[in-house]
Design a protein around this ligand. Structure first.
Ligand code: 16G
Length: 185
């Protein structure tokens, strides 16, 4: 498969109804025009060599992934059709400068409804101030809605709550719990 194989149909991002976005942008940017020299698009295979993991490692432990492992995870995500990993590429730098993921989870409750989960939202330090976090959140929230999810959720640090409120998120009455199996991970 060619390296520029996208994880999902790029048209999905370009066809979002940006008038329904709830966050204010100044200057105005959008999935079609994310800023000078920038492009918003699905993750593609070649991004392994173009800084994808470098950006992820600004969020948490990431990297040290072999090309084979990357390819098999990519293929799994592509096969299910439920993973929407998006990246912002800086065309001048030739590398990924921001990323976020939407996962569509299928349920039996609520008439076999779907829930969107937003994960791994990270903007590279060098690109702060270009509204890319807002662009990613707006785009994936609209995409989740467009794909028919009945709600969209995410976990974040308390200090980031005001940021996510801009896109219609509010703290849930439920508490996020976890059971970490590996002290290394
Ligand atoms: C943050 C991320 C989450 C990610 C986790 C990694 C957002 C909105 N939340 O909670 O998606 O999986 O960090 O932390 O980006 P961990 O490596 O400690 O599990």
């Amino acid at each position: 498969m060619p390296d520029d194989t996208p994880l999902f149909d790029p048209q999905l991002l370009l066809e979002l109804d940006w008038s329904k976005n709830t966050a204010a942008f100044s200057p105005l940017i959008s999935p079609r025009e994310p800023g000078d020299g920038l492009v918003l698009r699905p993750l593609c295979r070649a991004d392994l060599q173009h800084g994808f993991f470098k950006v992820l490692s600004q969020l948490t432990e990431a990297g040290g992934v072999s090309p084979e492992r990357f390819a098999s995870t990519f293929e799994h995500m592509q096969r299910t059709g439920d993973y929407y990993v998006v990246v912002v590429e800086d065309l001048n730098l030739g590398r990924v400068v921001a990323t976020a993921t939407l996962i569509v989870e299928h349920k039996f409750i609520r008439g076999c409804a779907s829930r969107g989960r937003i994960e791994e939202v990270v903007v590279s330090d060098e690109c702060r101030g270009r509204q890319l976090g807002k662009l990613l959140l707006s785009a994936l929230t609209l995409l989740s809605r467009r794909l028919g999810c009945y709600k969209t959720t995410l976990e974040c640090k308390p200090q980031n709550v005001p940021f996510y409120e801009k896109f219609g998120y509010s703290a849930s009455e439920e508490t996020y719990m976890q059971n970490r199996f590996s002290p290394q991970l």
